[in-house]
Ligand binder design. Structure first.
Ligand SMILES: Cc1cc2nc3c(=O)[nH]c(=O)nc-3n(C[C@H](O)[C@H](O)[C@H](O)COP(=O)(O)O)c2cc1C
Length: 187
């Protein structure tokens, strides 16, 4: 094995792909985000690193709410399109069927079978991006993607992103059971 230092502009592999929904000047807007993760157990917090120049950053700062929508494989093209145009310049509100939960400025996408609505919990400004930390207020799941009342990745069919090669990937096979498979190494 030969380990070599490579470019330090690195990422985790793979990244989940979501569409963050906001209201920009009262119009629903959606942007794809790969830099997103759950960051606290209780309360349930989710954080996204969003470039401060994006329409979405302005919108969350203004309304203090946002949604996180998980697109499936069939939505890869429209998801990518949302990342090629800015809400400030292009109306992206007609691309999807929209519904609302409890938060009036957090539009959610009906075509996404798993959606979260979030209230802004904290904002941390970095040199180019702002980390928007949201508290998950409600989660909505299409019953077709549930197994034993839980989201089932095989039914949901989300897709992932790798950078810096900038490619989308489908999700593969189950490898084992978490918090379980390692038990074999105890003692
Ligand atoms: C696959 C993909 C992933 C992206 N992930 C992020 C991200 O995590 N953070 C970010 O600031 N921009 C990300 N972008 C860029 C924004 O989605 C893009 O600039 C978008 O047009 C901004 O939209 P808005 O101006 O309507 O907010 C990503 C774009 C693509 C195509």
């Amino acid at each position: 094995m030969a380990m070599k230092k490579i470019d330090s502009n690195a990422f985790v592999y793979p990244m989940p792909m979501v569409l963050v929904g906001t209201h920009y000047q009262d119009r629903p807007n959606f942007m794809p985000v790969g830099w997103i993760n759950r960051v606290n157990f209780n309360p349930p917090l989710i954080a996204a690193g969003i470039n401060s120049r994006h329409t979405t950053a302005e919108a969350i700062t203004e309304t203090e709410v946002f949604s996180v929508n998980i697109p499936d494989e069939s939505m890869v093209e429209v998801t990518d399109y949302c990342g090629l145009v800015k809400g400030k310049n292009v109306d992206k509100s007609e691309l999807f069927d929209i519904f609302y939960g409890d938060l009036s400025a957090a539009p959610m996408i009906k075509q996404c079978k798993l959606t979260l609505e979030c209230k802004l919990f904290q904002k941390v400004e970095f040199p180019t991006n702002t980390l928007f930390v949201g508290e998950i207020a409600n989660v909505y799941a299409d019953t077709s993607i549930l197994t034993d009342e839980k989201p089932d990745i095989k039914k949901l069919k989300p897709f992932t992103l790798t950078m810096p090669d900038n490619r989308y990937w489908t999700v593969g096979e189950r490898l084992g059971d978490a918090w379980k498979i390692g038990n074999s190494l105890k003692d």
